[in-house]
Design a protein around this ligand. Structure first.
Ligand code: SF4
Length: 340
């Protein structure tokens, strides 16, 4: 569901995150860069859910963490619109970022390791309110119990420890902790990947209900395309650190443009749940520290033709609202470069 507002909540422009590869020896000179995220451009509207998908190593998690400034970008900008004011996240210091952190929260993949086993559920969920000096005493307890009920837990669960709960319940606790600060933007990083399929559906339904109730905007990072299909308004497909296709979810699934998107879709579903982690697209995933020349996908691409190993394609709007980075669509491009 996309809210009827014209200004984006998030504006990402030219976002890059490179990790240096250094030589051995005393000087440890930088000899190459791992381009984990390279030139990301998109807008995220309030109330929207954007999926970011790709194989392991595609850069999707690094992209999400760089957007939230858990990692400092190498280049580019991320602007967030809060209370009618646009704030440049990418240019702020850690100290300046601190008061903005409550507005941007993350739900992690592994509910088993993301919750401190020595803390009660009440302390885990209420900790952000304590750290930011927002509530204490009875008010803290009431807010924690209210949040637990919102995520389908019972108020008395506050006094128990994470080990007493199932995987699905632990993920609900993680969601409660992320949402207790009333964030605008929530990044769910493989938030349901570790759960059984039936529990996945319950947690996804919960996230959708909470989105409507609390007016949340989501970035949903996932390798599982069936999950993305269910929850996302638009999907960005990443390969070797770049967005290679960005489109409304239905259009992407019904008419995938990029050869990599087509390969991903044909690799789903897999009868073996373990296979879902890595798609059988064929060939080797590109090494972001040593990318092929031209289009990074060309050694694996069935449609590869003459310019592909020479020139790098750029993300262009090939139809209204649809962006693709592939030489196959260069002549069909719309005039000028739209912002994704
Ligand atoms: Fe394939 Fe060429 Fe398109 Fe790359 S640019 S995806 S190699 S057709």
């Amino acid at each position: 569901m996309v809210a009827e507002k014209t200004e984006p909540l998030l504006r990402v422009r030219g976002l890059c995150k490179y990790f240096p590869i250094r030589s051995k020896g005393f000087f440890k000179k930088v000899v190459a860069q791992v381009k984990a995220v390279d030139d990301l451009n998109f807008d995220l509207m309030p109330g929207e859910t954007l999926g970011i998908v790709g194989e392991s190593g595609s850069g999707k998690t690094t992209a999400a963490r760089t957007i939230l400034r858990a990692l400092k970008p190498t280049a580019g900008s991320v602007d967030i619109r809060l209370n009618g004011r646009e704030i440049s996240l990418s240019s702020l210091s850690e100290r300046e970022l601190r008061p903005l952190r409550p507005h941007m929260q993350m739900i992690f993949q592994d509910p088993f390791s993301s919750l401190n086993p020595r803390m009660t559920v009440g302390d885990i969920v209420g900790e952000p309110l304590v750290i930011h000096k927002i509530a204490k005493g009875d008010e803290l307890r009431e807010r924690v119990e209210e949040m637990l009920m919102k995520v389908g837990m019972k108020p008395e669960h506050r006094q128990r420890y994470p080990h007493a709960f199932s995987g699905g319940q632990r993920q609900r606790i993680g969601i409660a902790r992320a949402l207790i600060m009333n964030p605008e933007l929530v990044v769910a990083d493989e938030a349901v990947s570790a759960l059984d399929v039936s529990v996945q559906a319950q947690v996804i339904n919960l996230l959708q209900d909470l989105q409507e109730e609390l007016k949340l905007t989501y970035i949903f990072v996932a390798h599982d395309l069936s999950v993305v299909k269910h929850i996302c308004d638009r999907v960005a497909v990443m390969y070797a650190g770049k967005i290679v296709e960005l489109a409304p979810t239905r259009e992407l699934f019904e008419d995938p443009k990029h050869p990599y998107t087509r390969a991903l879709l044909s690799a789903v579903p897999s009868p073996d749940p373990d296979d879902a982690i890595n798609f059988d697209v064929g060939g080797e995933v590109a090494d972001p520290g040593n990318l092929p020349t031209g289009c990074s996908f060309h050694p694996r691409c069935e449609d590869c033709f003459e310019p592909c190993n020479q020139r790098t394609p750029s993300l262009e709007e090939c139809e209204p609202g649809r962006f693709v980075s592939c030489h196959l669509y260069e002549d069909s491009g719309m005039e000028g470069r739209g912002e994704a």
